[in-house]
Write a protein that binds this ligand. Structure first.
Ligand SMILES: Cc1cc2nc3c(=O)[nH]c(=O)nc-3n(C[C@H](O)[C@H](O)[C@H](O)COP(=O)(O)O)c2cc1C
Length: 333
């Protein structure tokens, strides 16, 4: 009998502590249960089986969020403008971190500041808190004034990442917006400032009109699009970033089945996050985890890490049926 494939992935290979996850499937920020911290998930949702969970983004001060309505949806997309509603980092660390510390799944704390200094301050507040395994910097929320600036200007992204790196002993992931001409330039700036990994992508700016009133559904007119509609965008950005960067990439955007996760990894992601699809099926992340071992076995991969970047190494050809692309086509959805 052959040994079971290794599903563990390392997201911070150059960090002194590293960020070794038991598998490459993470729950995306802001989508973990009703409140972004896991509320309301039923007992059949085995989130502890995942590689990690990213908690909803928290800020220095509590935030009420944007006026209602904050969401709209259509075929294959969700539009949201939550506006970073959260009770503030002190309340989150006091009330949630003790619970996280008792979980076996690592929790990544997502932070959003209004200046590079504030990002550093947030990291300082979180430093040493049991239950926080790593930080993810949300440089990319399209739903707050100035929320996009950090992710759109490479030097600001670098400053925020550098401030955080100077204030924390934890691995740092930097989450970027797709609403730029060149996401790689921003990712490279974050890499240069010491980011351990980049998370690509946050939501894509979009809007919806009320068909009767012909007015924007959201009070602020625009919001962030997520779900299957943005999967091809995430795929292209991860693919491009993998070619040009050397740090690990966490791919996120539009995953709604095992195949989608595999494709994002083949494009270059070391791990993936699942968000919007969990609202319809909160067991999807654990089902994706369950599908990884059989996929590796079919592909004769000793480790799921062998899938990362496969789309760059092999091209489908009529004479070679057993390419990664063929294997992906035949994998179970
Ligand atoms: C309702 C909602 C709330 C979100 N809140 C956050 C957040 O607090 N922080 C963050 O970094 N991303 C947030 N996101 C973005 C997701 O983490 C993810 O990057 C994006 O939705 C794309 O992935 P998906 O298509 O799988 O949802 C949110 C997305 C949704 C739909």
């Amino acid at each position: 009998m052959t040994a079971s494939p290794t599903l563990a992935v390392q997201l911070a290979p150059h960090h002194s502590k590293g960020l070794l996850l038991r598998n490459p499937v993470l729950w995306a920020a802001g989508t973990f249960g009703l409140d972004g911290y896991g509320a309301g998930l039923s007992s059949n949702v085995d989130f502890q089986a995942l590689g990690a969970v990213v908690a909803k983004t928290t800020t220095l001060k509590p935030r009420k969020g944007n006026p209602l309505p904050r969401v709209a949806q259509g075929q294959g997309w969700l539009l949201n403008s939550i506006g970073l509603q959260n009770p503030g980092i002190e309340a989150v660390l006091k009330e949630k971190a003790p619970i996280w510390a008792a979980w076996q799944v690592p929790v990544i704390l997502s932070l959003a500041g209004e200046s590079p200094e504030e990002f550093g301050q947030l990291a300082q507040v979180a430093e040493g808190t049991p239950g926080v395994a790593a930080l993810e910097l949300n440089l990319s929320c399209p739903n707050v004034a100035g929320g996009l600036d950090f992710g759109q200007v490479p030097s600001l992204a670098a400053q925020a990442a550098a401030r955080v790196k100077a204030s924390t002993s934890l691995p740092v992931l930097v989450k970027l917006t797709p609403n730029v001409t060149d996401i790689v330039a921003v990712a490279r700036a974050a890499e240069g400032a010491g980011a351990d990994a980049v998370t690509l992508i946050n939501t894509v700016v979009g809007m919806a009109l009320d068909p009767e009133r012909l007015q924007p559904v959201l009070p602020g007119a625009t919001g962030g699009i997520s779900g299957p509609a943005i999967r091809a965008i995430a795929l292209a950005m991860v693919f491009k970033a993998y070619r040009e960067l050397s740090l690990p990439i966490v791919g996120v955007g539009g995953i709604s089945c095992l195949q989608d996760a595999l494709e994002l990894m083949a494009a270059g992601a070391t791990a993936v996050q699942i968000g919007t699809a969990t609202f319809a099926d909160p067991t999807l992340p654990q089902r994706v985890v369950a599908g990884l071992g059989p996929f590796c076995a079919r592909r004769r991969l000793a480790s799921i890490g062998g899938l990362t970047g496969a789309a760059h190494r092999e091209r489908p050809s009529s004479t070679s049926p057993s390419t990664s692309a063929e294997a992906l086509k035949t994998s179970k959805r």
